[in-house]
Design a protein around this ligand. Structure first.
Ligand SMILES: Cc1cc2nc3c(=O)[nH]c(=O)nc-3n(C[C@H](O)[C@H](O)[C@H](O)COP(=O)(O)OP(=O)(O)OC[C@H]3O[C@@H](n4cnc5c(N)ncnc54)[C@H](O)[C@@H]3O)c2cc1C
Length: 177
């Protein structure tokens, strides 16, 4: 257990390091975060382009309850800092030959889009991948010793097969306040 005089050095200012820093700081630790780069964020950063900043890493918020826990742990509320808006299209992919594919919050719609773009075999592979991802997600939920991040059938938990979490389990756009 930390005391107010505990000194902590965290190497890495990605979302993991920043979350740990915030929790430890809230517990009274004297926290220093170091990073080899000149700005925080790690993979969660933008890169300049002629058209404006481009996301280099994460673009959608998955597992919203994890972030809600982080804010709750430091006696804050996620909704006081972020406005989450559900989005239908999770990701739009382009290929050099002109093909494109939208993956959406609706897995059946995503499957239909894959059929249209790449045929029935690719759609079957997507369905198999989704089923495997669900098994992994469910197994992870059952192994959490502290009962947090339980991935059971609770209505408040997102289903990864339906895309990233937001108010209703659909993808979310993040607006910093
Ligand atoms: C293209 C892409 C898209 C993604 N899309 C999503 C998404 O949509 N939704 C989602 O939830 N997740 C997404 N992810 C995953 C998500 O980005 C990562 O899980 C998350 O950012 C990892 O955070 P982290 O703090 O663990 O590591 P990192 O972000 O990698 O941070 C590690 C930090 O440590 C620093 N560091 C490492 N070694 C040293 C050292 N020796 N000395 C000093 N500093 C050091 C690095 O510079 C870096 O800043 C995506 C990832 C990628 C690459």
């Amino acid at each position: 257990m930390s005391t107010p005089s505990s000194k902590v050095v965290i190497i890495g200012a990605g979302i993991g390091g920043l979350a740990a820093a915030r929790r430890l700081s809230h517990q009274g630790c004297d926290v220093t975060v170091l990073d080899m780069h000149d700005s925080p964020g790690g993979k969660m950063r933008t890169m300049p382009s002629a058209a404006g900043p481009v996301d280099a890493g994460p673009t959608v918020l998955t597992m919203r309850p994890v972030f809600e826990e982080l804010f709750a742990d430091v006696e804050e509320t996620l909704a006081d800092h972020l406005t989450l808006k559900p989005l239908e299209i999770l990701a739009r992919h382009y290929w050099d030959d002109g093909a494109s594919l939208d993956l959406t919050a609706d897995k059946d719609q995503s499957r239909d889009n894959i059929v249209d773009a790449f045929g029935i075999k690719a759609a079957a592979e997507f369905t198999a991948f989704s089923a495997r991802a669900k098994r992994l997600f469910d197994a992870y939920g059952r192994t959490q010793p502290d009962g947090r991040h339980q991935n059971g059938p609770a209505a408040t938990q997102p289903d990864p097969r339906n895309g990233p979490a937001s108010h209703d389990g659909g993808p979310a756009e993040i607006i910093l306040q």
